[in-house]
Design a protein around this ligand. Structure first.
Ligand SMILES: [Zn+2]
Length: 226
């Protein structure tokens, strides 16, 4: 199936551009998510406007956040309240970077490295479309031939992408919330030939963003598998 693989640069232009890290552009301050476990503001993980390479409703912008405080909150869980994935219509956004709220005397949450996405490259992820449902079942995925389940031997370049089927980590389809893969982001991405750590994904995990379109309003969630 066709997936879209991002090309990164260090830093990002001001404005509503696709990027990981840095500060979100135009997000109303009241929408900055607070971790339900530690009650502190989360760190901004990414802003991704709708694009031919990212299957969001037109004019929606996806925002991703996760708790980066002390690594004690369950930020890898899709329902733990220590990460957040949601969309905001462009028309509801302001015009400038949104400063992170402060956590009392502890100051602002960690600001993750700002990595702009300069383009998305389309490529086949190796999964035949008729087998895509097998990627959403632990046992059936486990039984797939290696060249279909993980055709690139888990090479990092294939673990961050939009669309297609999940490129699961070596532990397979562990957490499996309702919905289908929207995009996934590996712990490490290549930027100008260097490996850059996107955030704390348990050192070698991959973050998966799923969308459940079975309801009138799509529901987004994020989780991290190792
Ligand atoms: Zn927390």
């Amino acid at each position: 199936m066709i997936s879209h693989y991002p090309v990164f640069r260090f830093g990002a232009e001001p404005g509503l551009v696709p990027k990981l890290g840095g500060l979100p552009w135009g997000l109303p301050a009241r929408m900055w998510p607070i971790c339900e476990e530690c009650d502190r503001p989360m760190s901004h993980l990414g802003q991704l406007p709708a694009d031919a390479a990212l299957a969001l409703d037109k004019d929606e912008v996806l925002f991703l956040f996760k708790c980066e405080w002390d690594s004690v909150c369950s930020f890898w869980e899709h329902d733990g309240g220590a990460n957040a994935a949601f969309t905001v219509p462009r028309t509801a956004l302001g015009n400038g970077p949104t400063a992170a709220p402060l956590a009392g005397d502890e100051g602002a949450p960690v600001e993750l490295p700002e990595l702009g996405i300069t383009q998305w490259k389309a490529a086949d992820d190796g999964a035949p479309p008729e087998m895509q449902d097998d990627f959403y079942d632990y046992g059936r995925h486990n039984a797939l031939p290696d060249e279909i389940a993980h055709p690139h031997d888990w090479a990092g370049a294939w673990r961050t992408k939009s669309g297609g089927v999940p490129y699961w980590t070596a532990n397979g389809a562990q957490q499996l919330p309702p919905g289908r893969l929207l995009l996934q982001i590996d712990n490490w991405v290549e930027v100008d030939g260097a490996n850059v750590e996107v955030g704390n994904f348990c050192s070698d995990g991959t973050a998966y963003v799923f969308v459940d379109r079975s309801l009138a309003q799509p529901i987004y969630c994020m989780f991290i598998n190792r």
